[in-house]
Design a protein around this ligand. Structure first.
Ligand SMILES: NC(=O)c1ccc[n+]([C@@H]2O[C@H](COP(=O)([O-])OP(=O)(O)OC[C@H]3O[C@@H](n4cnc5c(N)ncnc54)[C@H](OP(=O)(O)O)[C@@H]3O)[C@@H](O)[C@H]2O)c1
Length: 329
C-alpha cells in the first residue's frame, strides 16, 4: 500500500462528522471519499472535511478503486447490509458499534471477511483510548488486587422529539445497543464471559428498551452492576473495585476526556496522569486500523473478532432475558 491510507465514509451523520474531523490527527490517513443518500449533504460534508470524492450511493463508494478502507457510520440496524456490501466489493471495513443487531449477523459479517481475507473491525473506540488502556494495565499489574465489583452506567436524557435512530426498532433502537454496550464492554473486557445475567428494562412505546438495568456474575465470583437509559442524565462513570483498591473513571468513562482516579485501600484518591490529545478520540482507532492494513492483517489484534463475538453474544443474552427482540432475530 503506497501513500496514505485512503478512507471512505459511508453515511454522513453525527458520528461520521466527528470521525472525519479526527482523521486530521492521523498522519497516515486521508479522507478520500464520502457517500450519502443525499448528494447535497454529502457535498457539504466532503467540503467541510476535505474529501475529494462524493458518491450519492453507498454501492458506488463500496465499488470505488479510490479507497482502501470504509468506515460504516449508519444506524446499527443497517450495519449488516452495509458491511456486507463493502466486503463483497473487497473493501476493508471499520464498522461502528453496535457491530450488528445480533450474533448471527455479526458472525456472517466476520465469516465473509475471513473468506475474502479482508480486514474487518468493530469501531469500539473505548478499547483504544489511553484511559481504558491505563486502567487495564493497572488491573493486570495487580494495583487494585483481584477485581470483585464493577459498577458502570451510560445514560442521557434524549432531546424532544428524540432522534428516530434511538427508538426505531428497524434502525436498531434501544438504550442497550446504543449506550448500554459501553458498560457491558467494560465489564466483559475485564472479567470475561458472564456466567449469569439478570436484567430488566423499561420499554418505550415502540417496544425497544428505553432503560436497561443489568447484573452479571463472572467465573471468579466477581459481580457487575450496569445501566443504560435515554430517559435521564446519569453520571456516565465506572468504578472498578478490587481487594486492594479501586479505579474510578469519571466524566464519561468510555471517552477520551475521562479522568481516572486510583484509590489504594483507605487512602485518598490520586488522579492519574493520562496521555491526552486534541480531537474527540477517534484518531486512536483510526491509527490502529492504518497499522493493521500496513501489516496486511485481516483482523485487529486489539479489538478481535472474538471480542466482537463475545460482546454480541452478551447483548443477545441480555435481550433474551428481557424479552427485547428485533425482526431479524
Ligand atoms: N463511537 C461512538 O462514539 C458513537 C457515537 C454515536 C453513534 N455511534 C454509532 O454510529 C452509528 C450512527 O450513529 P449517528 O449518531 O451518527 O446517527 P445519525 O446521525 O442518524 O447518522 C446515521 C447516518 O446513517 C445514514 N443512514 C442510512 N440509512 C438510514 C436510515 N434509514 N435512517 C437514518 N440514517 C440512515 C445517514 O447518512 P446519509 O443520509 O448521509 O446517507 C445518516 O446520516 C450508530 O450505529 C451508533 O451506535 C457511535
Amino acid at each position: 500500500m503506497e501513500g496514505k491510507i485512503r478512507w471512505g465514509i459511508l453515511g454522513c451523520g453525527k458520528i461520521a462528522n466527528k470521525f472525519a474531523a479526527d482523521l486530521r490527527w492521523v498522519d497516515d490517513a486521508e479522507l478520500q471519499a464520502v457517500a450519502s443518500r443525499d448528494n447535497d449533504k454529502g457535498k457539504v460534508f466532503a467540503q467541510e472535511h476535505g474529501a475529494s470524492l462524493v458518491f450519492d450511493s453507498y454501492e458506488a463508494l463500496a465499488a470505488s478503486d479510490q479507497v482502501d478502507v470504509i468506515y460504516v457510520a449508519t444506524p446499527h440496524g443497517f450495519h449488516y447490509e452495509h458491511v456486507m456490501l463493502c466486503l463483497k466489493h473487497r473493501k476493508a471495513v471499520l464498522c461502528e458499534k453496535a457491530f450488528a443487531l445480533n450474533t448471527r449477523q455479526a458472525m456472517e459479517m466476520i465469516g465473509l471477511a475471513n473468506q475474502q481475507k479482508i480486514f474487518l473491525m468493530e469501531a469500539f473506540w473505548t478499547k483504544f483510548i489511553p484511559q481504558y488502556q491505563r486502567v487495564r494495565e493497572l488491573i493486570l499489574a495487580g494495583e487494585i488486587g483481584e477485581v470483585k465489583m464493577i459498577q458502570a452506567d451510560f445514560g442521557f436524557k434524549a432531546d424532544e422529539p428524540p432522534a428516530q435512530r434511538l427508538y426505531d426498532p428497524v434502525l436498531g433502537g434501544g438504550s442497550l445497543l446504543d449506550v448500554g454496550i459501553y458498560p457491558v464492554f467494560l465489564a466483559i473486557s475485564l472479567l470475561g464471559k458472564p456466567t449469569e445475567i439478570q436484567a430488566t428494562v423499561s420499554r418505550y412505546s415502540t417496544g425497544v428498551d428505553e432503560q436497561c438495568a443489568m447484573t452479571m456474575k463472572f467465573e471468579s465470583g466477581a459481580l457487575a452492576s450496569l445501566n443504560s437509559t435515554f430517559a435521564a442524565d446519569t453520571p456516565v462513570e465506572a468504578v472498578i473495585s478490587g481487594t486492594k483498591g479501586r479505579l474510578h473513571m469519571r466524566n464519561r468513562f468510555h471517552n477520551a476526556v475521562a479522568t481516572v482516579e486510583l484509590v489504594r485501600g483507605k487512602e485518598s484518591p490520586v488522579l492519574l496522569p493520562v496521555h491526552r490529545e486534541e480531537g474527540f478520540g477517534y484518531q486512536f482507532e483510526a491509527r490502529h486500523v492504518g497499522e493493521c492494513l500496513r501489516q496486511g492483517l485481516t483482523e485487529s489484534p486489539v479489538m478481535t473478532h472474538a471480542d466482537t463475538r463475545m460482546l454480541m453474544e452478551t447483548l443477545d443474552r441480555i435481550r433474551n432475558v428481557c424479552g427485547i427482540s428485533y425482526s431479524v432475530d
